[in-house]
Design a binder for this molecule. Structure first.
Ligand code: PBG
Length: 326
């Protein structure tokens, strides 16, 4: 045997020399679920270890995360039912607690990168990312609402706007709206290849945002989120988002879609983000709770795999723990 691959695995020093993939806190984004009550801290049954928090708790949490080198946060609002309606009016309301919280966070920690969520579902009585008109998710009417939501978020201080809605043409529409209002420096992280996945369950529990079982309202998101069977379609979405001015292309979920991450990474010079979603984290946590997997080792391997596939940025509920371990 002339060539023996095991020589390059023979000690920790050698393994360090030849390690191809590095993952540190700088690549990670911590999702945060925000509630209106300032001092609230409510667990999410299907996602142990993650909480819905009020702004006071969030400020404490960010301070804590920053000790471990985490500088980027993606925020989602848990909107009380009484503020929801068909068009998500509250998304741009002056009293919106989510916008106020963004302002407070950026005031206290100007160095963090704060990423928003743009979609109607947290604000909608129908539980859809777009507006439902005559039983259909109306693309172009939704764009107007997304534009207004994005401008309000940029005004509140979000550094990067995160459209998670999968409407056609929304990246260009939002880019133009931001530029028109003078927010040329506000970035857009496009949810480019977002699949109609079964792995969003705990997130929808956290926000009570699942599509509602109502007459005249579609019961799933398959007319706008992508079919898990498709890969080439992701390239088509990526071409649109890149041409429309996206600053990042995202693949979501991550682990079942590593091939998509790889393909987008090969096809586009834009940074690739991957969203390691709630259900992916919940599965691992459930197995760890039973003693079937080691949480630290399994979570680290999952995150490293996503990075190895080609993700520059990883959004994960494990971000804080990983940053602490590394
Ligand atoms: C909806 C949105 C979803 C997630 C982020 N934004 C769920 C959905 O499309 O229903 C899921 C994230 C997760 O599961 O962690 N705009």
């Amino acid at each position: 045997m002339l060539s023996r691959p095991r020589r390059n695995r023979s000690s920790a020093a050698v393994r360090n020399l030849i390690r191809e993939t590095e993952l540190n806190a700088g690549h990670l984004v911590q999702p945060i679920f925000l509630m209106p009550e300032a001092d609230a801290r409510l667990p999410i049954a299907s996602l142990p270890g993650t909480f819905r928090m009020g702004i006071d708790e969030v400020l404490r949490e960010i301070e804590d995360c920053m000790q471990f080198g985490l500088l980027s946060y993606m925020m989602f609002p848990a909107v009380p039912e009484e503020h929801k309606d068909k068009t998500g009016t509250y998304a741009t309301a002056a009293e919106n607690f989510y916008l106020h919280a963004a302002r407070a966070i950026k005031e206290r920690f100007p160095e963090v990168c704060l990423i928003s969520d743009v979609a109607l579902d947290p604000y909608s009585t129908d539980g859809h990312d777009g507006v439902v008109i005559d039983g259909e998710i109306h693309n172009d009417e939704t764009l107007k609402l997304l534009d207004a939501m994005s401008v309000a978020q940029a005004q509140a201080g979000f550094d990067v706007i995160g459209p998670s809605d999968m409407m056609d043409g929304r990246i260009g529409s939002i880019r133009r709206a931001l530029d028109r209002e003078g927010y040329t420096g506000t970035g857009i992280m496009a949810y480019t290849a977002k699949y109609a996945s079964a792995f969003y369950g705990p997130f929808r529990d956290a926000l009570d945002s699942a599509p509602r079982q109502l007459q005249d309202v579609p019961s799933d998101k398959k007319t706008y989120q992508m079919d898990p069977a498709n890969a080439r379609e992701a390239l088509r979405e990526a071409a649109h988002d890149a041409a429309e001015g996206a600053d990042y292309l995202m693949v979501k979920p991550a682990l079942n879609y590593l091939d998509i991450i790889y393909r987008l990474h090969e096809a586009h010079p834009l940074p690739i983000a991957a969203y390691h979603v709630s259900g992916e984290c919940a599965m691992l946590l459930a197995a760890a709770e039973r003693g079937w997997l080691d949480y630290e080792q399994a979570a680290s391997e999952a995150l490293l795999s996503i990075r190895r596939a080609g993700a520059d940025v990883i959004i994960s509920y494990f971000a804080k723990d990983y940053a602490r371990w590394s």
